[in-house]
Write a protein that binds this ligand. Structure first.
Ligand code: GLU
Length: 304
């Protein structure tokens, strides 16, 4: 398979097409991104690396970080985490409060904000210094000591985070948040603030292509069954209310963020990071979706 040739062709085709959608206006740090940025980076298990465009520009990975927080909580607590949240697509907006009322404070999955807040709560209960230890976990998993929170973005998230504060308090009213909601949202806002470029993103997620083991030092991050399940949740819940569409068009597990980033994984083969800030009406990168759809079409390889 000549990935380099196919990626180059598909990248150029998408770049030449219309750059549709809007950049997120959620916080100024996102709103001010250059909408023309477009980068992709693939890393394969047999050491092939292909980067195109703005693949070395850092961006805010936003909700993509929810995969890492889930991974750490799952590694620490195992199947017990599923007593606190589910694994079903929500079919509603990522920041919706509605289902929590009937579901008695049990979020549908770890990638909607409600679920990510419960995961943050679990980590606060389990770790002495959650922010520091989470960052250490991220650096160890990725082999990248440079990764860090952006205090600027975390502060901006906090200044507009009324809905996340509401979600956290609402879940606490059902008894499914153990810690102080302020500590939980602070951790959550920091999680959303992590910055990476496409190469870093692609390398950071290789463990999910590699049965749960890191590529740089062959260490288990999670076990094979947990890696399968994290991929499965990415497949069914990774793209807001467009997860079915992503599965239909791309056919790979993945996760998007409102910064315009997407990570997609081909278990047993590769991990690919894509970034383009303009989002479609469902909040997923327009060019990112298009690129990945063409990639799996042209390579004739997806998990299906
Ligand atoms: N930081 C945003 C929020 O908490 C969401 C990020 C995302 O979905 O990428 O509402």
């Amino acid at each position: 398979m000549d990935y380099k040739k196919i990626i180059t062709r598909v990248f150029n085709e998408v770049k030449a097409g219309e750059n549709q959608g809007e950049v997120s206006g959620y916080i100024p740090e996102l709103a001010n991104m250059n909408p023309e940025m477009f980068g992709v980076y693939l890393t394969s298990l047999n050491h092939l690396e292909v980067g195109m465009g703005d693949c070395h520009e850092k961006f805010s990975i936003q909700s993509i970080a929810k995969v890492f927080s889930l991974t750490l909580a799952y590694r620490i607590l195992g199947e017990k985490i599923w007593e606190r949240l589910g694994v079903e697509p929500s079919g509603t907006a990522f920041n919706s409060l509605v289902q929590l009322e009937t579901d008695k404070g049990i979020p549908r999955n770890p990638f909607i904000n409600a679920g990510a807040l419960v995961i943050c709560d679990i980590l606060i209960s389990q770790l002495k210094n959650p922010k520091t230890e989470f960052l250490a976990f991220l650096r160890e998993t990725t082999g990248n000591k440079e990764l860090s929170y952006s205090e600027k973005i975390a502060t901006a998230e906090k200044s507009v985070g009324y809905r996340n504060v509401a979600l956290c308090n609402f879940i606490k009213s059902f008894g499914n948040i153990e810690n102080n909601p302020e500590a939980v949202t602070d951790f959550y806002f920091h999680l959303c603030s992590i910055e990476m470029n496409c190469e870093e993103l692609s390398k950071a997620f290789l463990f999910l292509a590699n049965g749960g083991k890191t590529m740089h030092n062959n260490q288990p991050v999670v076990n094979t069954s947990q890696a399968k399940r994290i991929n499965a949740i990415m497949q069914t819940c990774g793209f807001y209310d467009e997860s079915g569409e992503f599965t239909f068009k791309v056919g790979l597990p993945g996760k998007s963020g409102i910064g315009g980033g997407i990570i997609a994984i081909h278990p047993g083969k590769y991990s690919i990071g894509v970034w383009s800030p303009r989002l479609n009406e469902k909040g997923n990168s327009h060019r990112g979706m298009k690129f990945l759809e063409l990639l799996t079409t042209e390579t004739k390889l997806s998990i299906f």
